[in-house]
Design a protein around this ligand. Structure first.
Ligand SMILES: Cc1cc2nc3c(=O)[nH]c(=O)nc-3n(C[C@H](O)[C@H](O)[C@H](O)COP(=O)(O)OP(=O)(O)OC[C@H]3O[C@@H](n4cnc5c(N)ncnc54)[C@H](O)[C@@H]3O)c2cc1C
Length: 432
């Protein structure tokens, strides 16, 4: 009999336990399918769609051609394909997101054969890291310690003896630069420089973070493959990197336990927080014309490349919520449309962290000053000059205060940071 491997966020052959199970269940005969779900497709912006298409092409090539791509509601498409080939079972790596869990239950209910979930996109599956009372964590540092103590399995090899079964499906457009091999190559090259990560990761001008969020998002690499490599490197950089991977897992753990956290505050008192409607100020934020260079550089980097450095994500998010007083949900939606690594758990929980309403959130009253953040983390102004041509004539740090040094083509600040900060604190005091 043949087994179906339904690929979702695991677009790779190596270190893929669900695929190994499919190979075992099908005695080596496996049909690999990816379902383009119109609901998820509509919600994604072009950066994510482009990357997905290129990654599917790469996966299909590494299988030797026959990845079956079909479009439609997975609850109809997956049972139909399983029926077509008389599948013994359908195999997936478990999805812990709110939509994914519900979708998988619907698919399971419509299938005539079993749906088998093996592994997940995380080193430790959401819900597994518990304290001594059997409860989950609300705060990162104890979660991180327990996550380390829990540990994870070693990576597994790609199956060597698969007969890929063919079926009709959509043509894949040509594409390159994505996929498992590209991800592994990029990661191995990055590992050589990882010692500097600890010191440099907060500096957007140095651009020295790994950019692995994109391959992780699509499962072109499994985090435990990365963790196994990190364990062989003994440096503060490797340690710091492992901690960041744990943040990704913490976000997924939180969202699995609190599905409403995708769009609603984890701290219920923030339901009463007063926000302004997203109008012209929000539009200026989206296109990078707020008059605050570090904010605008980040938003323009995002628009042009589908990526933004983590420190700058924190600054632009804080600016939207605490200087423009717009609900974090609007910013989170914009990010999901424009980021190539847009991931519901990491995105919403980080937005909530910045907005002060998440688990283990940054204290609300600690409001980023966009000018001093720029001066501190982009000390020579290189990052802002890279993304804002109107500021290229300004030397060094002066690029962070164009209103003092002159930049005619660049907008004046759209708010007074001191006044906006005081207003944010007033609104916060009202809900406490
Ligand atoms: C407002 C906001 C929104 C965000 N939205 C997303 C998102 O949609 N998708 C996403 O993958 N990350 C998101 N992040 C987290 C982080 O900014 C990115 O993971 C990181 O910038 C990706 O770049 P990198 O791979 O070079 O990071 P590196 O510094 O090289 O980090 C290594 C890996 O650790 C993980 N990681 C690092 N920081 C975090 C973090 N704070 N939370 C969760 N995981 C982390 C990522 O998987 C990352 O690839 C967001 C952060 C903020 C503040």
């Amino acid at each position: 009999m043949t087994a179906v491997m339904w690929f979702r966020r695991d677009l790779r052959l190596a270190d893929n336990p669900a695929l190994l199970d499919a190979v075992a269940a099908g005695d080596g005969r496996v049909l690999g399918v990816f379902v383009v779900d119109p609901l998820l497709w509509e919600r994604s912006g072009d950066p994510r769609r482009d990357h997905l298409a290129a990654s599917l092409r790469s996966l299909s090539d590494s299988m030797g051609g026959p990845l079956v791509v079909r479009r439609g509601d997975p609850a109809t498409v997956v049972p139909a394909i399983a029926d077509e080939i008389g599948a013994a079972s359908v195999h997936v790596s478990a999805d812990y997101g709110p939509y994914g869990q519900q979708r998988d239950q619907e698919v399971e209910a419509s299938l005539k054969c079993p749906l088998r979930r093996t592994g997940s996109p995380y080193a430790v599956a959401p819900g597994r890291v518990l304290n001594q009372q059997g409860r989950s964590y609300q705060v990162f540092t104890p979660y991180f310690k327990a996550w380390l103590a829990h540990g994870w399995r070693q990576p597994v090899e790609a199956p060597s003896d698969v007969t890929w079964v063919k079926a009709s499906g959509e043509e894949l457009p040509p594409g390159d630069g994505a996929g498992e091999q590209a991800a592994l190559q990029h990661w191995k090259a990055y590992l050589d420089d990882i010692a500097a990560y600890d010191d440099e990761r907060d500096r957007p001008d140095l651009d020295s973070t790994s950019r692995m969020s994109v391959p992780l998002k699509y499962g072109e690499i499994h985090p435990r493959t990365m963790l196994a490599d990190l364990a062989r490197k003994r440096s503060a950089g490797a340690e710091a990197y492992r901690r960041e991977l744990a943040w990704r897992e913490f976000c997924a753990d939180l969202l699995a336990r609190h599905p409403h956290a995708a769009w609603k505050p984890l701290r219920p008192e923030f339901d009463k927080m007063q926000y302004d409607e997203p109008g012209e100020l929000f539009d200026a934020w989206c296109v990078g014309r707020t008059g605050f260079p570090i904010v605008d550089a980040g938003m323009r980097q995002l628009a042009e490349t589908g990526f933004m450095h983590n420190r700058v994500r924190m600054v632009v998010a804080s600016f939207l919520v605490k200087d423009l007083h717009v609900h974090w949900r609007f910013g989170a939606r914009w990010f999901m449309k424009t980021l190539r690594d847009g991931d519901l758990a990491s995105n919403s929980l980080n937005w909530q962290w910045v907005a002060g309403c998440g688990a283990d959130a940054a204290p609300y009253f600690r409001i980023f000053n966009p000018v001093s953040q720029g001066q501190k983390f982009d000390p020579d102004g290189e990052y802002v000059r890279r993304w804002i041509p109107e500021l290229r004539h300004l030397d060094g740090k002066t690029a962070h205060e164009p209103w003092r040094y002159g930049a005619d083509a660049y907008p004046d600040p759209i708010v007074d940071h001191g006044e906006a900060r005081a207003e944010a604190l007033r609104r916060y005091a009202a809900i406490r």
